[in-house]
Design a protein. Structure first.
Ligand SMILES: *Cc1c(COP(=O)(O)O)cnc(C)c1O
Length: 458
């Protein structure tokens, strides 16, 4: 029983230097609760035969670590070493410093969001982006909403509520989670008219389906899968001619929608937004946080009269962007005015365009250091080849040669065990399991230090 006397009371702990320091950081209420829990645990340990003096000496560190764990949130920075650059579950694009700066300024002070600084009258929040989007896409006009799913929803609802929307069967895709094209179309109030077959759709299929009830022809980029073999789709320019002849608008949902030709980074050539506009689509929709490399947003660019109709739709108010993202988007889009320095300034493009050799050199440099950190917990580290992916449904079957670290341990559950430990770190390290090893693809690791520091907490 004598052991208990070595322990302070809750009040004594709060008055101590350690207690005061913790109160300064976490506040009295949190520290009081943690101290109570810590003292309960210490008493339980003493009852099991532990020494009171030891328990008393350990109390401050114990309370501090409980408080650190309690205040640690799931929404903390992780290292994305999955090999998927635009990982939807890890928040997709990370922003350029210019965009972060712009967002921070927008958060810290009032800004002329819907205020015309020249005339002093009312302005429109989308005006801050409209000019840039026109310039970068060649479109007549633009409007911006919460994300690309919202862009598709409001565009369909505006053009074809209570009317028909024609889509090729091969383009009725599920993007993931609850985003299935047919469901979005139903919620937009349109009647889906499926044409063609899964693998082949012809111009005549569209022409036959168009009638008095047709509100829109929808073309969807089949982002996350590719049909190969005996296939036929109607190319956008041909479809635009069919739509124009019938007087029906053509909406082209590009999904990832790049503003620059990705082949300059060694990736497969995909139509850019400007090309989709030039090919004659009346409206083109694309995401802000996929290949564009900005914050979450959905863009609709195209014909001025149709954009004006969308802006008058009451849904626009429900789907509009806040000032923080508008500021970040403006800064991000501005970077596109200098394409030569884009890959250097925009993290998404920097990561996508990193040459394999530079990543392999980083892996060779890090392997012995990581091996030394992981050997004590029974894991061996070697460098290895990797195949990165863009992610977010962009170019799904294409991989980019990359390099990384292969972490192997004893036992069939070794990769799962290590993966769980790395996820539990103060800065979690997220890899992927392949062939019985945990693989860390280093494509998105900017600094060696980041990984070494994260693993040092093991
Ligand atoms: C990703 C994607 C969407 C959804 O975009 P979000 O910005 O995630 O809402 C819609 N259509 C296509 C073709 C896509 O690839």
């Amino acid at each position: 029983m004598a052991g208990f006397r070595a322990l302070p009371s809750v009040d004594q702990f709060l008055q101590s230097d350690a207690g005061q320091a913790l109160i300064a950081e976490h506040g009295r209420a949190m520290v009081t609760d943690a101290a109570r829990a810590g003292l309960d645990a210490a008493r339980a340990a003493i009852r099991q035969g532990a020494s009171g003096d030891d328990q008393a000496a350990r109390l401050p560190a114990h309370v501090a670590s409980e408080l650190a764990a309690a205040t640690r949130t799931g929404l903390r920075p992780v290292l994305n070493l999955t090999g998927t650059v635009l990982h939807t579950n890890l928040g997709r694009a990370i922003l350029a410093p210019q965009a972060i700066q712009a967002a921070a300024s927008a958060m810290a002070a009032p800004m002329a969001l819907e205020f015309d600084l020249d005339g002093g009258g009312r302005g429109q929040r989308d005006d801050h982006l409209r000019g840039l989007l026109r310039e970068l896409t060649g479109a007549e006009d633009a409007t911006i909403v919460n994300n690309n799913a919202a862009a598709v929803l409001i565009a369909l609802n505006t053009l074809a509520q209570g009317r028909e929307a024609i889509v090729s069967r091969g383009e009725l895709i599920e993007i993931g989670g609850a985003f299935r094209m047919p469901d979005i179309m139903a919620r937009a109030g349109t009647r889906l008219i499926e044409i063609g077959t899964t693998n082949r759709t012809h111009p005549g299929d569209y022409e036959e389906a168009i009638g008095a009830e047709t509100g829109v022809i929808l073309k969807v980029h089949t982002s996350n899968y590719r049909i190969e073999g005996f296939t036929a789709q109607v190319a956008a320019p041909r479809l635009a001619r069919i739509a124009a002849a019938a007087g029906v608008p053509l909406l082209n949902d590009l999904g990832a929608g790049s503003l620059v030709d990705l082949s300059i980074f060694g990736l497969r050539r995909e139509p850019t937004v400007a090309e989709a506009v030039a090919e004659g689509a009346d409206l083109v929709t694309f995401s802000g946080d996929k290949l564009l490399g900005g914050p979450q947003a959905g863009f609709i660019v195209g014909r001025r009269d149709l954009i004006a109709q969308i802006d008058r739709n009451p849904l626009k108010r429900a789907l509009r962007l806040d000032k923080i993202r508008i500021a970040a988007l403006q800064a991000t889009l501005s970077l596109y005015r200098d394409p030569d320095r884009l890959a250097e300034r925009l993290p998404t493009l920097r990561h996508l365009s990193r040459p394999r050799d530079s990543i392999a050199a980083q892996a060779a440099r890090l392997a012995p250091q990581i091996d030394a950190l992981l050997a004590p917990i029974g894991f061996h580290t070697a460098s290895c080849d990797c195949a990165s992916q863009i992610g977010s449904g962009a170019l799904p079957v294409d991989t980019i040669p990359s390099a990384g670290l292969r972490l192997t341990g004893q036992g069939g559950d070794a990769p799962d065990r290590l993966s769980a430990r790395l996820r539990a770190l103060p800065r979690p390290v997220i890899g992927h399991i392949r062939d019985g090893s945990l693989i860390l693809d280093l494509r998105c690791l900017d600094e060696d230090r980041d990984l070494l520091d994260a693993l040092a907490a093991l």
